[in-house]
Design a protein around this ligand. Structure first.
Ligand SMILES: [Zn+2]
Length: 392
């Protein structure tokens, strides 16, 4: 196939020099993504509304009941499969535009259209399987326990999140990227020594094969218990000094030391319980009004999904605010553990430049949409922590 991939616009710019046009591009890219967020919000709302008010949802449920009789488990599973697939198909142009076209336009992606499509299909299948299984269980609970289903559903949601967090690095991530033990022995040793000194027993340091698909960089501590591992994007390895990589790692260790995975899981579960409770109220209030027989009628699915959708949009600034606080705390840990702010600052500056992150989005945009503080705020905070450390 012809290689039509555009070269990154700033491929030959000096990597460390602040680049005005790159920052301009980052602001543009941020603006487009924010507008796309609003478009997706409006489109999803319209879609769910049309599905409910046109009677299409009720018709599909009736049709499936006519074919499957009282095998309601099959009625629900087929209904969910058809509905979720149709929604994804209608939203496909938006996915292509934001995840493939824009990423190429801004020189962030290296994937061919075929490569992207294959990842998209894999991701969609995975999402369909997980969502259909989850929602089928939710509907079984709705039918069995119309008053307390939201509580049982929260329990099931927690079990599923723990299970998926543990399996994510070993089952899911390898479907999209290659993982190999880090070859660079010096770096591996430095990473392991740092992790051990911090009291983190890591079961492995892996090279995360991002390079063949993207220009962007990332690093993470993933997994739970026996699957816990440090993964470093290969897009970082040759561009960042060992001290910068250790500073990024120290941030990840900070998350571990502060038990952020557990904290996010607990707050996520409380949010989920609230969301399911809101959906419970909506279902009980409106099922009859729309002519559905009972709350467990799959035809009323648009009511369930719309309440969860609205709740998650309203809750987003709250969970983002909490997540940003955890990020600042992890940065503070990294500054203290590495004895200064400058390695972290230079790593963050490189990351922002490489990932085309707007270094200082409008405060209200950051408040509503960002799970991480902006680079400029993180840098100022890291330096303030270092100053405080020197003074005491
Ligand atoms: Zn973090």
């Amino acid at each position: 196939m012809a290689d039509t991939e555009p070269t990154p616009p700033d491929a030959d710019a000096a990597p460390d020099a602040p680049n005005a046009s790159r920052e301009q591009q980052a602001r543009e890219y941020e603006g487009i993504n924010n507008r796309l967020f609003v478009v997706r919000l409006v489109l999803t709302t319209v879609l769910i509304g049309v599905y409910l008010f046109s009677g299409a949802s009720a018709d599909l449920a009736d049709g499936l009941r006519a074919s499957f009789g009282d095998r309601w488990w099959w009625v629900n599973a087929f209904y969910l499969l058809v509905t979720l697939f149709a929604f994804s198909a209608i939203l496909f142009p938006l996915s292509w535009y934001s995840d493939h076209y824009l990423e190429h336009k801004y020189g962030l992606s290296k994937q061919s259209l075929n490569g992207w499509m294959s990842d998209y299909v894999k991701g969609l299948l995975l999402e369909l399987v997980l969502t259909v299984v989850f929602l089928s269980v939710v509907y079984a609970l709705l039918t069995a326990s119309p008053d307390w289903w939201w509580l049982w559903t929260t329990g099931f949601y927690i079990l599923l999140s723990v299970f998926l967090s543990a399996l994510w690095p070993v089952w899911i991530m390898p479907l999209f990227h290659d993982f190999e033990p880090l070859e660079d022995q010096r770096l591996t040793q430095a990473v392991k020594t740092f992790a051990e000194q911090s009291g983190l027993d890591v079961l492995g340091v892996y090279k995360w094969g991002l390079e063949e698909k993207t220009e962007t960089a990332n690093a993470a501590l993933t997994g739970l218990g026996r699957t816990r591992r440090i993964i470093l994007g290969d897009t970082m390895l040759d561009k960042y000094s060992q001290a910068e990589i250790i500073a990024v790692l120290a941030h990840e260790v900070g998350h571990f030391k502060h038990k952020d995975m557990l904290r996010l899981m607990v707050t996520g579960s409380v949010m989920a319980a609230l969301g399911f409770f809101v959906a419970h109220q909506v279902l009980h209030g409106l099922t009859g009004y729309f002519g559905f027989a009972h709350v467990g009628d799959i035809g009323a699915f648009p009511l369930l999904i719309f309440s969860l959708f609205v709740f998650s949009v309203i809750a987003m600034p709250l969970s983002n605010a909490y997540s940003r606080r955890r990020e600042y705390a992890a940065d503070a840990y990294a500054v203290k553990a590495t004895g200064g702010a400058e390695d972290l600052v230079s790593a963050l500056t490189k990351l922002a430049d490489q990932n085309l992150a707007d270094k200082e989005p409008a405060a209200w945009i950051e408040f509503l949409l960002h799970s991480h503080p902006s680079m400029n705020r993180r840098i100022a905070h890291a330096r303030a922590v270092a100053d405080e450390m020197r003074e005491s």
